[in-house]
Design a protein around this ligand. Structure first.
Ligand code: MTE
Ligand code: LUZ
Ligand code: MOS
Length: 760
């Protein structure tokens, strides 16, 4: 019997998530008692009412932590539980852990825990925080050329402000962990994390244990999208703390509402730009200040800001550029990794600037963008040379495919006739750097066993969260051994098999772990071929493995995979190997902000068309066309799924998902009945994804390209398509050059305001 592909289990609802695992008889359930306002000084915890509820109830506070009460890595600002005498920084921060012998009891008891505290004045706005000096670390600037001199010579200079909102991850499986005390002081935890080693490190710190006493397993996640890159550690560490204090297994699964209120989301940004072009529309200078709303805790904000700065110019050649980012500490939940990781926010700013130029100068948006695209021989503003650039290639292919000019003409003639429904279109390129922006993180390991019956087991640091990294790794391994994919099983990720890993993130899961798996396979393969050479009496260099058989100079020999494996084992040769991969050629100097931080870039281009109902302000997406540079795909079906999923998330961020807090820092839409996410009906009927064919990428495993995050950015074109339709309505209604509203998400409410001239 062969392994059942996990996609089949998913479709049948048979995948087991953490909350589906069998429960031990002694299991305790946990819930979190959280801070009741955005900023406060904790004076005491009153557990009386909660404890009175049921004898099984236990309340655990910061005083019970045996090790260090700190999870923060870049900055020590993330207590596991806020201690009495300390301040908390956002509404929903963990103050106490409640245990009980049922989930409902634990949750009810958590609601009964009360706190004595002084309420303090919160700061919610990024610019206000910056003005008050509430900046995490220091501002960071990247620059090239001389913007001041360049602006002086521009025919047109425009400045503007750009806002983009946050975004809730809405992974199907909420944050979850199951901790079990093991022999000695050891702790075993199953955690819904993208970063098992990070969780292991955090638990070791708070429990005061060496890492080898903490085992972290990440089974298949019900989605992560970045939300479990850093922020799974808190819940896993809390479960472990409960398990340590009681000596019993503890499960902590957040309710949807708690997950929405207590965990981080995509960072909102508020940015200022200044752009200058010559009379033909060539960009001469660009400046931007990005005020990142980092929330109350540093978390991954520095890495996210760094990706913003690296993507400030998108796929455009800008000879004079100066961009600065500020991490503004506010009293909102700690904003964190979310697919795109700071890049979408930067893309929106430069696209807004180009939109403003196009509207002011009358230069067609596509022409303006085309003439400013990067080419080989250029360099990025941080000094990395542009190589194997596919910006123009994908742009031109898309323009041809959607027949951009006639599409525009059709829209214009429709708009001239129809006063009630206006149509719009937009087109944009992408250029996304692949690698963790922090050099250290670009490494990974694997462990491969070939069992004596010829079946193969692979472990890597990659966490499966629906992106099918396991399937890709299985493909790589199957190809390395020349066997069918059904021979290969990819194990769930644990710190026992592969140590010192980094998160499955930055779209590098298959790049790094696929390479690490390949390295191990090559070692075993070489041993097998030596044995094959002996068995066949042939020189090893003439031998290879294909279709489950040893080949000699490309022709089949009588020696099958199964037999070769058996014979090699009988010869007492090791059929296991550990593999390691560190992405080569990465260099970066933070002081001079110069270097090559990425292994390569992903290019592509998207066009979106939309219609706006002028009386209601509602919009509809009509079509999306994408030409994407995906290298030689390891699995085309998976890659199409990734593009479509990322696109939906990007369009949702740009148009639909309205993450709003009230003036006291309370999340307003904290359920899935009030927080709208993109669904089947939201997506346009026509989604056309084409991959550039015949462009292998020699800098990743099997000449592929990372796929997970870059296509999310295409969603921004949806924003500009709706804006274009609004502009058409305003031209006919009031004349003039249309709106300069650069404020994500462009919800129907905002659209209506804009149509009525209530917004700029
Ligand atoms: N696809 C699914 N189905 N679920 C996810 O959680 N996460 C995305 C992307 N695609 C995600 C997904 C994010 S944020 C990243 S970084 C990549 O997958 C991570 O996986 P990879 O590096 O293996 O592509
Ligand atoms: N995580 C990270 C990421 O730590 N560094 C990155 O550069 C990155 N990029 C995208 C998504 N997650
Ligand atoms: Mo993805 S934001 O790198 O987890």
């Amino acid at each position: 019997m062969n392994p059942i592909p996990e996609s089949v289990l998913n479709v049948k609802g048979q995948t087991r998530y953490i909350d589906d695992l069998p429960e031990a008889k002694t299991l305790l359930h946990a819930a979190v008692a959280a801070s009741p306002c955005a900023r406060g000084l904790l004076k005491g915890v009153d557990a009386g009412a909660a404890l009175a509820l049921h004898p099984s109830i236990r309340i655990i506070t910061a005083a019970d932590i045996p090790g260090v009460n700190q999870l923060g890595t870049a900055v020590a600002d993330e207590p596991l539980l806020v201690a009495a005498g300390s301040e908390w920084g956002f509404r929903g921060q963990a103050l106490a852990l409640v245990l009980a012998d049922s989930v409902s009891l634990a949750r009810r008891a958590a609601g009964l825990v009360t706190f004595s505290f002084d309420e303090l004045e919160p700061v919610l706005d990024a610019r206000e925080a910056a003005a008050k000096g509430l900046i995490i670390l220091s501002p960071r600037t990247q620059a090239m050329g001389d913007t001041a001199a360049a602006f002086a010579s521009c025919a047109t200079v425009i400045s503007g402000r750009v806002e983009s909102g946050g975004q809730e991850h809405v992974y199907l499986e909420t944050q979850a962990a199951l901790a079990t005390p093991a022999e000695g002081c050891a702790m075993r935890v199953i955690s819904g994390t993208q970063h098992p080693t990070g969780v292991q490190e955090g638990i070791a710190r708070v429990l005061g244990l060496p890492m080898h006493l903490v085992e972290v397993e990440a089974p298949r996640l019900g989605g992560g999208f970045g939300g479990k890159e850093d922020q799974a550690a808190l819940w896993a560490a809390l479960a472990c703390l409960g398990a340590r204090v009681t000596g019993k297994p503890v499960k902590l699964v957040l309710s949807r509402k708690d997950d929405m209120r207590m965990t981080g989301k995509r960072h909102p940004y508020s940015s200022d730009f200044r752009i200058g072009v010559d009379s033909g529309g060539k960009i001469l200078a660009f400046e931007a200040d990005y005020y990142q709303n980092s929330g109350a805790i540093c978390d991954l904000s520095p890495a996210i800001l760094s990706r913003t700065l690296f993507h400030a110019a998108s796929a455009y050649r800008i000879p004079n550029l100066r961009v600065t980012g500020y991490m503004c500490r506010t009293n909102l939940p700690p904003f964190t990794a979310f697919r795109g990781f700071g890049a979408p926010q930067a893309f929106f700013v430069i696209e807004a600037a180009l939109d403003a130029v196009s509207r002011r100068t009358g230069i067609d948006g596509a022409k303006l963008r085309r003439q400013n695209l990067l080419c080989d021989g250029d360099s990025f503003h941080f000094g990395m040379p542009v190589e194997n650039c596919r910006a123009r290639l994908s742009f031109d292919r898309l323009v041809e495919k959607v027949k951009w000019e006639s599409l525009r003409r059709n829209i214009d003639s429709h708009n001239a006739k129809d006063p009630l429904v206006k149509r719009g279109a937009a087109l944009m390129p992408i250029c996304f750097g692949v690698s963790f922006t922090k050099l250290l993180m670009n490494q990974g390991g694997s462990l491969v066993h070939v069992y004596k019956d010829g079946s193969i087991l692979v472990s890597t640091g990659a966490v499966e969260m629906g992106q099918q990294v396991s399937r890709k790794i299985a493909r790589v391994v199957a190809l390395a051994f020349g066997v069918g994919i059904e021979r290969v099983r990819v194990e769930r990720t644990t710190t026992l098999t592969v140590a010192n890993t980094y998160p499955t993130a930055a779209s590098t899961g298959s790049d790094i772990n696929g390479m690490a798996a390949l390295a191990a396979c090559q070692e075993i393969r070489a041993r097998l071929l030596v044995e094959a050479a002996t068995l066949l009496g042939a020189p090893a260099p003439e031998l290879s493995m294909e279709s489950g058989r040893v080949m000699r100079n490309g022709s089949p020999t009588p020696l099958s995979w199964d037999e070769l494996v058996t014979r090699t084992h009988e010869a007492r040769i090791d059929l296991s190997a550990h593999g390691f991969y560190a992405t080569p050629d990465l260099v970066y100097d933070m002081k001079s902000e110069r270097g090559s931080p990425f292994a390569y870039h992903v290019y592509g281009c998207a066009a979106v068309t939309a219609s706006v109902d002028v009386l209601r302000g509602t919009w509809r997406l009509d079509s999306v066309s994408v030409v994407h540079d995906g290298g030689e795909s390891i699995d085309r079906a998976v890659d199409i799924g990734q593009v479509e999923g990322a696109l939906a998330q990007g369009l949702g961020w740009a148009l639909l998902e309205d993450l709003r807090f009230d003036e006291k820092g309370k999340l307003l839409a904290d359920t899935l009945s009030t927080y709208k996410v993109p669904d089947f009906h939201f997506m346009p009927e026509k989604v056309d994804v084409e991959f550039l064919e015949g462009f292998p990428n020699h800098r990743a495993v099997m000449r592929s390209k990372a796929i997970g995050e870059p296509p999310l950015v295409y969603g921004i074109a949806g924003y500009f398509a709706v804006l274009d339709a609004i502009a058409a309505a305003r031209r006919t209604a009031v004349g003039g050059e249309g709106p300069g509203l650069y404020d994500i998400p462009l919800t129907p409410e905002k659209t209506l305001d804009c149509l009525m001239g209530a917004r700029p």
